[in-house]
Design a protein. Sequence first.
Length: 247
Amino acid sequence: MITKYLLIFGIAHLLGDFYFQTEKMAREKEIKYKGVLFHCAEYFVVTLLVVLPVFSFDMMIASLYTALAHLVIDTVKYLLLATKKIRKSGRVFVADQCVHVFSIFMLASFMTYRNFSIGHIGIVNRMLNLYGYDAEMLAKWLFVIFINHKPANILIQNLLGVYKPKTEDKIIKADNKIGRKIGTIERFIMLAFLSVNQYTAMGFVLTAKSIARYDKITKDEKFAEYYLLGTLVSTLSVVLCKQLILS
């Protein structure tokens, strides 16, 4: 049962913290506390929308908890940044997300212990069964797809930011935009290959990507190391999702 809770609130977190939160909202919540409040209100609404198909009073309480937990975590982060006890960095982003994930895991554990009810799940299952789909597997695929797009791009950018070679600002911005799109497509293709056990086919994806960057890789040692590290982290994201979630 804990898997269902983790999937529901994991998907809600991905949507609320990455897809529905704009870059403007992300900037404002670091400099204005009302930005934190607005983001947490948005997060709560998104969570309610996600749990709507399986809505119950227990799920309503759980949704409220996630929003309050999110508010506490983001408030602490805001205060630490405001008092300059920490500086905005990739490590802070990773630590922030780890705390959010831990709070969701604790919620799911408590819900399992207290046997929280999931409403209307039978209706949802019957509707999906008409088309030959399993609700839990569909939720797993949604979670994996959501995590390997925007969250994975942002995570990789934050993890590798300190290793990025120094180039002109315009080039950096252009590379970031096209690099994110390439990274997303790359992970989706590898995920498709892994799902049908075509492991060797993944090599063609990585080879095609390397050919496009061949000139820079051969001429710039630092870029080559940065490129390889980013590729490995991106590949690791897909492999972990396949083994831990879809298996």
